[in-house]
Write a protein that binds this ligand. Structure first.
Ligand code: UN1
Length: 509
């Protein structure tokens, strides 16, 4: 594989670098980085230890103490330049995402675009960190709420969005006046090094510690972050299993956590849906990113009147999806991240069969060229299953779509909400009534509920996140920035007397 382009992202083959900006050497063990495309080794990265983490945290805290005093629009100006640097390097970043995470070229570029978009959003936000004024019950008093920088934000990211999720968090955190410490997935450290390099170069030596990235083992480095009193917010993306560790451990020290955990997203297809649109939306949602998005469509709840027809059309479309080298034009399904993921896929397919599911298409390992034999490629599966089949309650991070029949909208909504996760959901229908019912209080219980589009591919402008076992966090657009700041309520007396709230008389007045 041609790796020359890595140099343009500041990554050298003999890289010694668990980067903490460009200012610190680390002492941890060596991490072998493999491409999921063919399993080949692409780099070795020297990891950080808990002591390295502590040094990065100290520097991040010191940088925060200075950064928070810069006016927010000036912080925004740095972020504008970081966003422009992402823009300039979009092609390279997309390529790196393809190399290290195995996404097809279009999706790698899409992820780089998401970083650019959130930087733009954050720049605008830097002039809009609005508070409130509130009417006081006391004469000659006023009340207001203001937002202040919080401190260092710990960012834990997963392999499947190796650059965008960090950007969602860090670009907002920077304009909010915070510093960041990034603990990336050990499967995608080069993406983390590249992004940190780009941002550090724009920030310069003085401010580079604001965006330190610490690549190290979960227990030593991740654990140190969870317990770090200088990290008031830990924003963690990953499995529900990970969230169950992060949430309570951070809460134990009264830190806050922002959790983006598993999804088990359904599309409801009603009998009046446009089936051509449905096929396109479902294929992208189920097969895109080889089923490795937290927003991937995993369940299809289809009206019994159209289920046979739709399943047949989907099977045809699934079979046409080209599986293979994600760098190759025309490929729609790249590799899973590793063999363990492929084993989880095999296991879920077997379970589905044991539970009465019928594999309509796919469900096996894909045949690829000899060059790709070191990668884990699977044929995306459609499984027809009875409603409520136990395996459909679990998230398997691979392309498996459970197609289940429903008789009416109420039953579909109930089934949508029956799983423990609550990230994304969609309804495909021509009926305004059905769509609005799905979006109503007694409709979908998910953080994201769409109409006539799929479950994945959210824009950065909205708040992103979900309920129940998805963890409840919201990041990216809308007012998610508030999670990265602390709120202060102030009451100011501009009179000469001291009236007390609630009309209390205290001693002689
Ligand atoms: C994730 O899979 O962790 O909505 C994030 C989407 C993307 C983000 C997914 N914008 O599919």
């Amino acid at each position: 594989m041609k790796l020359d382009f890595l140099k343009e992202l500041g990554i050298h083959k003999d890289n010694s670098g668990a980067f903490t900006g460009t200012w610190q050497k680390t002492e941890g063990g060596a991490l072998t980085v493999r491409s999921p495309i063919d399993g080949s080794t692409i780099a070795t990265v020297q990891m950080a230890t808990a002591a390295d983490y502590a040094a990065a945290s100290k520097a991040a805290h010191e940088a925060f103490l200075r950064w928070r005093n810069l006016p927010a629009p000036q912080r925004g100006e740095f972020v504008r330049r970081i966003g422009n640097a992402f823009r300039e390097k979009k092609e390279l970043l997309g390529k790196l995402v393809t190399l290290e995470a195995g996404k097809i070229v279009q999706e790698g570029l899409g992820e780089a675009q998401e970083c650019i978009d959130i930087a733009d959003f954050a720049v605008g936000l830097s002039r809009q960190l609005y508070g409130l004024t509130i009417a006081s019950e006391r004469p000659n008093h006023h009340m207001r709420e203001t937002w202040h920088p919080l401190g260092t934000v710990g960012i834990i990211t997963a392999f499947n969005f190796p650059i965008a999720v960090w950007a969602w968090n860090s670009m907002l955190a920077l304009v909010c006046g915070d510093s960041c410490l990034w603990k990336p997935s050990l499967k995608t450290p080069l993406c983390a090094i590249a992004m940190t390099n780009i941002a550090a170069e724009v920030l310069g030596k003085e401010w580079a510690p604001l965006i330190a990235c610490v690549i190290g083992p979960d227990a030593a480095v991740g654990g140190a972050m969870l317990d770090d009193p200088h990290v008031p917010l830990v924003s963690a993306t990953g499995s529900t299993r990970m969230g169950r560790i992060v949430g309570p451990r951070v809460a134990q020290r009264f830190g806050r956590s922002l959790l983006e955990l598993g999804g088990n997203n359904a599309i409801l297809v009603m009998d009046d849906a446009d089936l051509s649109l449905a096929v396109r939306g479902i294929v992208f949602g189920a097969v895109g990113t080889a089923g490795q998005r937290c927003t991937t469509t995993r369940r299809l709840l289809v009206h019994e009147k159209v289920i046979d027809q739709l399943t047949e059309r989907l099977a045809t479309a699934f079979k046409q999806c080209k599986i293979g080298d994600p760098f190759e034009q025309g490929t729609l399904v790249g590799p899973l991240i590793d063999e363990a993921s492929a084993k989880a896929f095999d296991h879920a397919i077997q379970k589905a069969k044991d539970q009465g599911g019928k594999v309509v298409c796919g469900g096996t390992r894909a045949k690829t060229s000899a060059q790709l034999s070191g990668g884990a490629y699977v044929e995306p599966a459609i499984v027809r299953a009875p409603l409520g089949v136990p395996v459909s309650f679990e998230e398997t991070f691979a392309p498996i779509l459970y197609v289940m029949p429903i008789q009416n909208l109420d039953q579909a909504i109930e089934a949508n909400n029956a799983v423990p996760q609550g990230l994304s959901s969609s309804i495909l229908t021509g009926s305004l009534r059905a769509a609005e019912r799905f979006l109503s209080t007694s409709g979908s219980d998910c953080g994201i509920a769409n109409v006539n589009i799929g479950t994945s591919g959210a824009e950065i402008g909205g708040a992103f996140g979900g309920e129940k076992e998805t963890g409840g966090g919201r990041e990216s657009g809308s007012d998610s920035w508030k999670a990265y700041m602390r709120r202060q309520t102030s009451t100011v007396n501009y009179g000469n007397t001291l009236p007390l709230a609630q009309g209390i008389k205290f001693g002689d007045d």
